[in-house]
Design a protein around this ligand. Structure first.
Ligand SMILES: Nc1ncnc2c1ncn2[C@@H]1O[C@H](COP(=O)(O)OP(=O)(O)OP(=O)(O)O)[C@@H](O)[C@H]1O
Ligand SMILES: *[C@@H]1O[C@H](CO)[C@@H](O)[C@H](O)[C@H]1NC(C)=O
Ligand SMILES: *[C@@H]1O[C@H](CO)[C@@H](O)[C@H](O)[C@H]1NC(C)=O
Ligand SMILES: *[C@@H]1O[C@H](CO)[C@@H](O)[C@H](O)[C@H]1NC(C)=O
Ligand SMILES: *[C@@H]1O[C@H](CO)[C@@H](O)[C@H](O)[C@H]1NC(C)=O
Ligand SMILES: *[C@@H]1O[C@H](CO)[C@@H](O)[C@H](O)[C@H]1NC(C)=O
Ligand SMILES: *[C@@H]1O[C@H](CO)[C@@H](O)[C@H](O)[C@H]1NC(C)=O
Ligand SMILES: [Mg+2]
Length: 671
């Protein structure tokens, strides 16, 4: 008898537990995450005090925390049971070493799956990748807290809140701020300043309105939301969805934290109890002195230090780096030599991708993240100028465009600088155009590459915070990613020559064949000289000829002159790359040749800007009438164009930038 009552009792207990679970599935509140029912992924972890940390300051990482039980958004219900309203509230903090070096952000996400292994870090926020970004089949709703401006997703600034549906181009976004009813105005917030902030998201299913409200931790919920967007989520949300957080770091990184979180599928989410929330780790101080009174530990420590020191010294020689005080502010960009050494298997010859005027380029796989990289070793001696150049690398961190080869960071050693880039699996375009071994690239891909490179150059010229000149556009600096999209590389590298040189002198950086006539004369790089080189590059892609290798042409003719004269004679078929075997669209081919000639016009004033070039290539503007009788060589003193002055110097390797007098040029012969 006794045992059967016990059994009965147990069964009641079980059904009670089941009942309470079923009730709790669609609502929960966590003031701190100790014991929380979360699935963590990536680098996310929960601190002993209950603080949820999604990422640390390691670059290109992803961190996730999702509620383990799927939430039922019953989309199949009839009009009688409306698609439910729901609401969430959480407290987050974004901590970066210095406020403007942070990246990239965190998002509250509702997703049909917790598996984001295929998603990318950096601007993809750990939620999407290049191929699925924006697809309606994703069924993902995200509220992004974004601290980097990515123009390709039309981000408004580097400190905004956005509503993302299935992709990273926000449906609506606003600079981080809240409405203070006491002051009767909006007050801006800096997301990445390290202070905890609250966010509410409320969805009204009857009216199809999504509200997002932001506020500092100490204030009440503002009565006006930051975003109030009409949106029908019944097409986005599926029956079973996971709710949680995704965070990613890019080439620069912040620590992303969540302190507390409540979610309610059937009503307004309860407010969190701020006094119960876990503390953030103390802000790092530069020096902490502690007095130790006991002698024994000191002695023990000294012995240990000597021992470790000896071991360290032996290892250090191998991985020795140069690190100076001023570099600490560039922390996140900095790679350790040891990691690069491991990544490239000791800079093995088998990992060598190629060599250029600056140095050798190696393939590598970073030990922690398995990220594939390309490491360029540039030799240099000069200390002077290096500081400015590193500052420039740091400023290039914000340059990010789908047709640029992303610069990830750098490392310095004695006598050399290592630049770390995204690895481009298909190598450089010149190999496809000129190699006899590799298969030639189809016209479809060539035309797409040209448009891509044009948009990257437009981005450098006009869309960033400041004008960036590329100064070395050519086919070997255009790389092909896995899908054979063109990506412009080595941007800004030519700047290395500008620093540490005497401002009174000028010198030319660039490659013979791509230099605008005025650049050879006065050495002054401008937007127009970039456009000129781009024009030569366009002709190169259409003709399959290097601008420096014009066998069978009159001595002083340039590629542009030759194309111009052939077009004038109507002999267009002579120009076109025979490797295309006639497979191309004649309208596109003619367009490329004409725009190429216009860009490489000897008069800078006649050249279009990159925005116009994009319009021509997209067929959104008509080309102006051109005078095809103009020849480049007639405007270029022939000794400058055909007899480059080569200079070898110890300071920056082969194509070095030591100071030269104003009428001398340092040129780089195309290979
Ligand atoms: N990010 C990358 N991913 C894959 N391969 C790369 C990458 N960067 C460079 N390479 C390869 O390394 C080769 C050498 O590059 P490098 O930039 O040093 O020389 P270059 O472009 O020929 O001349 P320059 O010094 O004028 O840029 C390239 O031709 C390319 O094949
Ligand atoms: C970040 O976390 C990862 C994984 O836990 C770890 O390997 C890495 O060293 C951490 N980076 C920093 C800067 O603490
Ligand atoms: C969803 O709604 C349909 C139609 O109203 C109903 O039959 C079904 O039981 C609901 N499912 C859940 C899991 O609530
Ligand atoms: C992108 O993600 C989707 C879905 O996770 C996956 O099927 C696809 O293979 C990924 N594509 C790339 C290029 O990684
Ligand atoms: C405050 O910001 C909101 C949302 O960005 C905007 O609609 C509103 O006009 C602003 N109000 C004031 C008083 O500036
Ligand atoms: C959303 O914001 C609007 C405008 O302030 C407000 O009228 C509405 O009640 C809010 N809806 C929800 C679900 O919070
Ligand atoms: C969810 O909403 C219901 C109805 O308004 C409320 O009773 C409950 O306390 C809420 N739960 C949470 C966790 O916010
Ligand atoms: Mg290059």
């Amino acid at each position: 008898m006794g045992s059967s009552t016990r059994i009965l009792f147990c069964l009641t207990m079980l059904s009670n537990i089941h009942f309470s679970l079923a009730q709790d599935e669609n609502q929960f509140i966590y003031n701190g995450f100790n014991g929380a029912n979360l699935h963590l992924d990536g680098v996310a972890k929960i601190h002993p005090n209950g603080l949820l940390q999604l990422t640390n300051t390691s670059i290109l990482q992803k961190g996730y925390a999702f509620y383990k039980i799927p939430i039922s958004f019953n989309t199949s219900s009839s009009a009688l049971i409306p698609f439910p309203s729901f609401s969430t509230n959480f407290v987050f903090a974004i901590v970066s070493e210095t406020p403007d070096m942070g990246g990239k952000g965190l998002a509250f996400a509702i997703s049909p799956s917790m598996d984001f292994s295929q998603a990318l870090a950096s601007q993809y926020m750990g939620l999407f990748n290049i191929s699925n970004n924006g697809l309606p089949t994703n069924h993902v709703l995200a509220i992004e807290l974004d601290t980097v401006r990515n123009p390709e997703f039309e981000d408004i600034n580097d400190n905004h809140v956005g509503i993302d549906v299935n992709g990273l181009k926000s449906v609506e976004s606003a600079p981080a701020a809240y409405f203070s009813s006491e002051e009767g105005k909006n007050i801006s917030l800096m997301l990445s300043n390290g202070d905890p902030m609250q966010l509410w998201m409320d969805y009204d299913a009857a009216k199809n309105i999504l509200n997002v409200t932001l506020a500092p931790i100490r204030s009440l919920k503002p009565n006006r939301p930051l975003l109030s967007t009409p949106i029908d989520l019944s097409q986005v949300l599926l029956e079973n969805m996971y709710v949680g957080f995704s965070s990613a770091t890019g080439p620069t990184a912040s620590e992303h934290y969540v302190l507390g979180w409540s979610f309610n599928r059937t009503g307004p989410a309860q407010n969190l109890e701020t006094s119960k929330l876990p503390q953030l780790p103390p802000k790092r101080k530069s020096s902490q002195k502690r007095s130790i009174n006991i002698v024994l530990p000191i002695a023990a420590t000294v012995v240990l230090v000597i021992f470790i020191g000896a071991v360290y010294f032996i290892r250090k020689k191998k991985y020795e780096e140069v690190r100076e005080d001023w570099e600490t502010e560039y922390g996140p960009q900095r790679f350790s030599y040891k990691n690069l050494y491991i990544a490239t298997k000791d800079f093995k010859e088998t990992e060598l991708l190629g060599a250029g005027g600056f140095g050798k380029v190696y393939r590598g796989t970073l030990p922690n993240s398995n990220l594939q990289i390309a490491v360029k070793r540039v030799s240099h001696d000069s200390k002077q100028g290096m500081k400015e150049f590193i500052a420039e690398i740091a400023s290039m961190r914000r340059l990010s465009h789908r047709n640029l080869v992303q610069l990830l960071g750098y490392c310095r050693r004695k006598g050399e600088l290592l630049l770390v880039y995204d690895y481009m699996p298909n190598g450089s375009l010149d190999k496809f155009l000129f190699s006899r071994i590799k298969q030639s690239l189809s016209w479809f891909h060539r035309f797409r590459v040209l448009k891509g490179v044009a948009s990257a150059l437009l981005y450098l010229h006009e869309e960033g915070e400041q004008v960036v000149l590329h100064r070395d556009i050519k086919s070997s600096n255009v790389l092909l990613d896995a899908d054979f999209n063109g990506r412009l590389g080595d941007f800004g590298l030519a700047r290395l020559y500008d620093h540490g040189t005497n401002p009174q002198t000028t010198h030319v950086v660039g490659t013979v064949g791509y230099l605008a006539p005025e650049l050879s004369r006065n050495g002054k790089a401008t937007i127009g000289t970039d456009v000129f080189a781009f024009g030569v590059f366009m002709l190169e892609v259409a003709c399959g000829r290097r601008p420096t290798d014009l066998q069978g042409l009159p001595e002083e003719q340039s590629l542009a002159d030759w194309v111009r004269s052939c077009m004038k004679r109507g002999a267009i078929l002579d120009i076109i790359d025979p490797k295309l075997e006639g497979k191309y669209l004649i309208e596109e081919m003619e367009l490329v040749l004409k725009v190429g000639l216009l860009c490489s016009h000897p008069f800078p004033a006649m050249r279009p800007n990159m925005r116009q070039v994009m319009q021509y290539l997209d067929g959104n503007a008509n080309l102006p009438e051109t005078d095809s009788s103009i020849s480049t060589s007639s405007f270029t003193p022939s000794n400058e164009a055909s007899e480059p002055v080569f200079s070898f110097s110890s300071s920056y390797g082969k194509r070095s930038a030591h100071s030269v007098s104003s009428n001398e040029s340092i040129l780089h012969k195309g290979r």
